[in-house]
Write a new protein. Structure first.
Ligand code: MRU
Length: 352
């Protein structure tokens, strides 16, 4: 399985997702500023992967911070990492997890060496837990998929978007591991092309059959009976089950409903934001216009073209057939079901 991110003696090593599939290159971030930059420029992307990077960013920042100004520097490190991308809640979840540990240790009067050591271990633990969550949610979701049919996915919610294994692609992987001969339709996912560049590459590494579509082909394929289920990841899920995910997900969900095709969302509970009542409150990142006016550096629209580039959209929960988490599967109405999976965790488990 591809290693998305790793803590090493040299720094935080990430596969450079801006270069795939042309080149398998790795970037080493030696301080929190380089980690922040990698998140902002999408060297690393995907909600859970961003969470892992943020945790490691805090840890490496604290390793490099001065003893005298540690508290002030800790706050600054967290602020810088939190300002990178606004939509994926895993980023903030991971920073808060690191902050809680730091503050607790400071309160106990722990020595600075121990604090640094514990933060590094915690960041590594975030990665380990993310992979375990994806494997667990994969098991829960696998039985929901059709036997031997075709599953559509949007963006990249695979090993590359997480600590490893993937969420939406984790569900597909788990089904394939059980002997389900699935076919995957990957939407290219304009403008950043996560589907074409990353999902296709990742599935090919695992020999899972995949066919690439441009985004505007999704409705046609559904209408023709070529899709039996849709499974996507999420960047933030509000308490009512509304789902923010990569731009274009909403259109796919509406088309799926119109076509009578189940639409599944797979995400770890670290992606659920019970603090937001509905998807209307989810901040949507607006990215640079060049992502739309250019393809791989080639200008495809007139210069000075006015551009709209929201990186995510919100799919209202009424379009979502089920939300698959590591603690089990939530079905509508989502309010109570999601809360139980997040708050009660293991006790809300559905052992499918
Ligand atoms: O802008 P990106 O590439 O970070 O967006 C990624 C997505 O929207 C994914 O579908 C989502 O983060 C889920 S990843 C398991």
């Amino acid at each position: 399985m591809v290693k998305t991110i790793e803590w090493t003696a040299d720094g935080v090593v990430m596969i450079d997702q801006t270069k795939l599939p042309a080149e398998e290159a790795y970037v080493t971030c030696r301080d929190h500023l380089e980690v922040a930059d990698a998140i902002r420029t999408m060297v690393i992307r995907g909600a859970p992967a961003i969470g892992c990077a943020a945790a490691m960013g805090v840890a490496i920042g604290v390793l490099k911070a001065s003893d005298e100004e540690l508290d002030a520097e800790f706050d600054e490190i967290c602020e810088i990492l939190a300002s990178t991308r606004p939509t994926a809640v895993n980023l903030f979840w991971a920073i808060e997890r690191m902050r809680k540990l730091y503050c607790g240790l400071r309160k106990q009067g722990a020595g600075l060496d121990l604090i640094r050591q514990r933060l590094v271990s915690e960041a590594q633990q975030v990665l380990v837990e993310d992979i375990a969550s994806n494997q667990a949610l994969g098991k829960h979701g696998a039985s929901l998929l059709p036997s031997g049919g075709t599953v559509m996915t949007h963006c990249n919610a695979g090993a590359l978007a997480t600590g490893g294994y993937g969420t939406a692609l984790g569900v597909i992987r788990a089904a394939v591991d059980r002997g389900n001969a699935l076919d995957v339709l990957a939407n290219e996912t304009r403008p950043f092309m996560q589907g074409a560049r990353l999902t296709v590459w990742e599935l090919q590494q695992d020999d899972i059959p995949v066919t690439l579509l441009t985004d505007n082909m999704a409705g046609h394929m559904m209408q023709r009976g070529c899709v039996q289920a849709v499974v996507v990841g999420a960047d933030r899920i509000a308490a009512n089950g509304d789902v923010a995910n990569k731009i274009g997900t909403y259109s796919v969900a509406v088309l799926a409903k119109e076509s009578g095709i189940p639409f599944y969302v797979a995400a770890p509970t670290s992606t659920v934001d019970l603090g937001l009542a509905s998807g209307e409150e989810i901040p949507i990142e607006e990215r640079a216009p060049e992502e739309v006016t250019q393809v791989q550096g080639l200008q495809i629209a007139p210069h000075e073209t006015r551009v709209c580039n929201p990186a995510f959209d919100v799919t209202p929960s009424r379009f979502v057939t089920a939300i698959i988490t590591e603690n089990g599967v939530a079905v509508p109405p989502y309010g109570g079901a999601l809360r139980a999976l997040v708050v009660e965790g293991a006790s809300g488990r559905d052992e499918t």
